[in-house]
Design a protein around this ligand. Structure first.
Ligand SMILES: Cc1ncc(COP(=O)(O)O)c(C=O)c1O
Length: 410
């Protein structure tokens, strides 16, 4: 159930001071890695701190956001869907219209430009839904860098269109067969690659997870979503929204939208994958149902058994199928700034169908989770409610798995 958050309480809160110099968000985050990785992370942190003060670097990002990604993405009033929400007005932040079809490219532009500044020639990445892999392969093609993408065998099967695109773009795809052969396992392998190829390689992490400085860096690059959305809603409606809603895998599209609003009187909701239902044990609701622990170099909420072993996540959507969550979200939950809820596979599929039919927008299965939360909770809204939902990806990548779920043939 959704607990009302008192956003007024956070008006003066110094969110910009987090993470601290050790990469901590309260007790979460940090840099829990093997000694061999430490110098690499310190190097990335040092270069990023310099780069974010460099007008040249920031202008370059702006240039590619505008001319290559297609920013700003529109803020679109979804009028027909709004009628299903008790008259509330729902706006979609349309990051699915970005080049490559999702928000992931915002972060890839930032990180690959940083890698170039550092003189790196080889890029490694992990991917689940393939969106981060495609975005990384795309930016590597643009800048003539070698690209290696680690992807779980299970995800390779369910995200065939993206695997094909990455190959066309010239990336080497390495199929990961360990564990559940999904995102967590791909990330383990990418980290291993990075330590073995110290000199020429940069690891582009696709979400606000991993060791410091990645959660902070990815958040900063994705914050363009919320900065634009704030300007756009003020222009369109002359006021801030009452609600922000986004789906959560590792949490990058959500934090990108939420971050610029954290001090505002806005209720913020993150929607995790409830899979086959949180009681079934087959879900990816790490923040709602997990416990604090350590994975991929940081302290955060994780799905784990009583011995602390990471449990398998499950979601219809490959992009949400991760047993952890970015550490800043763990902290935002703990301090009570954001509410975290979940939506099941079935509910997401229903929202997917409705959005396609009513708005002519075929969403990715990930944002369909965010939409299904709104539909499920429509009684909470009234004509006065103004909602921004992050439409963070388009559904092209999901057509084969959706056809299978709907019992249809392509
Ligand atoms: C379209 C889309 N949305 C959301 C996600 C989840 O990632 P995050 O929570 O980092 O935004 C993914 C991950 O692949 C994705 O492809």
């Amino acid at each position: 159930m959704l607990k009302r958050v008192d956003s007024q309480k956070f008006k003066e809160f110094n969110f910009q001071d987090f993470p601290d110099k050790n990469g901590r968000f309260g007790k979460f985050g940090g840099r829990f890695v093997a000694e061999t990785l430490m110098p690499l992370l310190l190097d990335v942190e040092k270069e990023y701190e310099k780069a974010k003060k460099s007008a040249k670097f920031l202008n370059e990002i702006d240039y590619y956001f505008k001319n290559y990604v297609g920013r700003p993405s529109p803020l679109y009033f979804a009028e027909r869907l709004s009628k299903k929400l008790n008259g509330a007005k729902i706006y979609f932040k349309r990051d699915e219209l970005n080049h490559t079809g999702a928000h992931k490219i915002n972060n890839c532009i930032g990180q690959v430009l940083l890698a170039k500044r550092m003189g790196k020639k080889r890029i490694v990445a992990e991917t689940g839904a393939g969106q981060h892999g495609v975005a990384t392969a795309t930016v590597c093609a643009l800048f003539n860098l070698k690209c290696i993408v680690y992807m779980g065998e299970t995800d390779i099967k369910r995200q065939a269109p993206n695997v094909f695109k990455m190959k066309l773009l010239g990336a080497d795809i390495i199929s990961v067969k360990s564990g559940t052969a999904t995102l967590k396992d791909a990330m383990n392998e990418a980290l291993r690659d990075w330590v073995s190829n110290v000199n020429d390689t940069f690891y582009v992490i696709g979400t606000v997870a991993g060791p410091h400085p990645y959660p902070m860096m990815v958040r900063d690059f994705q914050s363009i979503i919320g900065k634009e959305a704030k300007q756009q809603i003020l222009q369109l409606e002359k006021r801030l929204p009452n609600y922000l809603v986004a789906c959560i895998g590792g949490g990058s599209n959500a934090l990108g939208l939420f971050y610029p609003f954290l001090n505002d009187d806005v209720e913020i909701i993150g929607v995790e994958a409830g899979g086959k239902g949180v009681k079934s044990g087959k879900h990816a609701a790490s923040i709602s149902k997990g416990k604090p622990g350590f994975l991929h170099g940081n302290h955060t909420f994780l799905l784990q058994n009583k011995d602390g072993q990471i449990e398998d996540a499950h979601s219809i959507s490959a992009g949400l199928d991760y047993p952890g969550i970015g550490p800043e979200h763990a902290w935002l939950k703990e301090i009570g700034r954001i509410s975290y809820v979940n939506a099941t596979d079935k509910e997401a599929l229903e929202a997917f169908k409705l959005c396609t039919k009513l708005e002519g927008i075929i969403p990715a299965l990930e944002p369909a989770h965010a939409l299904s939360f709104l539909l499920k909770n429509k009684r909470k809204f009234s004509k006065k409610s103004l909602i921004i939902m992050n439409m963070c990806g388009r559904g092209d990548k999901d057509i084969y798995s959706i056809a299978e779920h709907l019992g249809m043939k392509i």
